[in-house]
Each structure stands twice: as C-alpha cells, then as structure tokens.
Design a binder for this molecule. Structure first.
Ligand code: COA
Length: 264
C-alpha cells in the first residue's frame, strides 16, 4: 500500500540499455495524481538526457490497470482553475513522453482509460496482455480527451474508428484493440513482461543515433506531405553520415561480427 511518501513512479535501468518506467499506484488503478505526474516529469527529464538508455518500456504496477487516467477523486475537489491546470499538467506529461528521443514501448498490463490510454498513444509501440482494456472514456464524464487523444488516436487508427471510440466512450478488450491496430500485439498476461523486454532488447541492440533519427523521420514525416517527408528523411539520414556507428556498422559487416554501437 502506498502512503503519501512512497514513490508513485519507479524506474529500473537494465544492463541491456533498456529502462522500465512503472506507474506505481496500484491501489488507485495507477491514476495520474499530481504527485505521480511530478515524479513522472522528473524521470522523463532524466531519461531524455541518458545516452546509455536506448529503449524504454512504460508499464503499470499490478495486474488490473496500466493507468486509469486522471485521478478523478483528486479532480472532484478541484476548482475550475485547478482542474484546468491539472489537465495541462497531464497533457504536458504526455507530450514529454512523446518527445523522448528513445523508442518507447507501452506494455499494457491492464486497463488503459482516458489519460492512461493517451499515455499509451504517446508511446511508439503498444503491446498488451490479454486482460488489457483500452478506451477514451472522457465523453462519458462530460469532458473530452485533453492529453492528445483527439489528435493521436485518429492519426493511429483513422478518423472513423477514432470518432467511434471517442463518441461512444467504448472500452475495447485486448483482441479488439489489436484488430484495429491500437495494440501491435496482445499476449497472455504471463508473457507480457518478457515479450516487452525482448522487443526492447531487439531495438536496443541497434545504433542509438539511427533509432533517434528514424523516430524523428517517422513522427515528423507523418505531419507533412510526402515530398516534405522525404526531405525530412534525407536530413535525418544525412545526420548519420558522420557518425562513428555508421562506420562501425560497415566494419562489423565486413568482419562478419555483431557491431558494437556507441551512440556516437
Ligand atoms: N481516479 C482515481 N481513482 C481511481 C480511478 C481514477 N481514474 N480509477 C480507479 N480508481 C480507484 C477506484 O476508485 C478504487 O479505489 P477504492 O478501492 O478506494 O474504491 C481503486 O482505484 C480500484 O478501482 P476499482 O474500480 O475498484 O478496480 P477494478 O479493477 O474493478 O477497475 C478500472 C479498474 C480502471 C477498470 C476502473 O476503476 C475504472 O473504470 N476507472 C475509471 C477509468 C476512467 O474512466 N478514466 C478516465 C478518466 S478521464
């Protein structure tokens, strides 16, 4: 049980250059309280400047919830101004997550609703346990998704499906989420962690600067017309030409050995 002083967000850095962030308020379905958001902000600041971390996994503590979104109990006591500030705080945290340079995998161990689903949408890849559920439930609470959900969901699954989910506040099970591309994969709960770690390790063995540039090229390119996107790709590629890791890739290939990338 968490008292007020316990950590609401945990970070574990593995020897494989993978970091696991765990939202840690299982007694409150890992809902986004102000304390949790401040801790999350601190961890993202640390990770974005940590060149040793090449891939990140975001998950939730316990078996029921990844994150139940905004802390609705805290919200109930807030003035309109406080509510506005907290919505901005959540939106800011989700944007900070989206702009981490490293690839981020959401490992959905349970329900991801409202802001919890918006966190998952801000990740690069999503994998869920078969007991995961997903939904932007806000319209059933008299509000709308306020942390990128109205923008990132249609970009991911198309406007029709996104409107269906947002207008109906529908809760999808893992198989349904997988079938519309909201989850890359749904796996049995007891395989979630090992699958996410395997995926992260497969990513982390590749050249860190190439991962960063491919994330930029894909994300920025999705916002523009094809011609501009191809220019973005060219610039991202060109940033890698002087890198030591590019030469290491060629050398390792010639020497028939795995490359040792340094992120330089
Ligand atoms: N904010 C604050 N507390 C929350 C919460 C939220 N968003 N979601 C759940 N909790 C609390 C519950 O009130 C409960 O606390 P209690 O034991 O003091 O009553 C505890 O977390 C466990 O939740 P409970 O509903 O009993 O567990 P469950 O496993 O049956 O269901 C959920 C978990 C996440 C599916 C369910 O709680 C839920 O649907 N929550 C609302 C999610 C939502 O619509 N979020 C959108 C916010 S914009």
């Amino acid at each position: 049980m968490n008292d007020g002083s316990a950590k609401n967000v945990l970070i574990e850095k593995m020897s494989s250059s993978v970091a696991i962030i765990t939202l840690n308020r299982p007694e409150a379905a890992n809902a986004l309280s102000k304390k949790l958001l401040f801790e999350f902000h601190g961890i993202l600041q640390e990770l974005k400047n940590d060149g040793d971390i090449r891939a990140v996994i975001l998950t939730g503590a316990g078996e029921k919830a990844f994150c139940a979104g905004a802390d609705l109990k805290e919200r109930k006591e807030m003035s309109e101004n406080e509510a506005r500030r907290t919505v901005r705080l959540i939106a800011g945290a989700v944007s900070e997550l989206a702009s981490l340079p490293q690839p981020v995998i959401a490992a959905l161990n349970g329900a991801a609703f409202g802001g919890g689903m918006e966190l998952a949408l801000a990740c690069d890849l999503r994998i869920g346990s078969l007991n995961a559920q997903m939904g932007l439930t806000e319209t059933s609470l008299g509000i709308i998704p306020g942390a990128g959900g109205t923008q990132r969901l249609p970009r991911l699954i198309g406007p029709g499906k996104a409107k269906e989910l947002i207008f109906t506040a529908k809760r999808l099970n893992a198989r349904e989420a997988e079938s519309i591309g909201l989850l890359e994969y749904a796996v049995p709960a007891n395989q979630l962690q090992e699958t996410a770690l395997k995926w992260a390790a497969d990513i982390a063995k590749n050249a860190p600067l190439a991962l960063i540039q491919s994330k930029v090229a894909i994300n920025k390119g999705l916002e523009v017309d094809l011609e501009t996107g191809l220019k973005i790709e060219e610039l991202a590629y060109s940033a890698l030409i002087p890198s030591q890791d590019r030469l290491e890739g060629l050398k390792a290939f010639a020497e028939k050995r795995p490359p040792v990338f340094k992120g330089r």
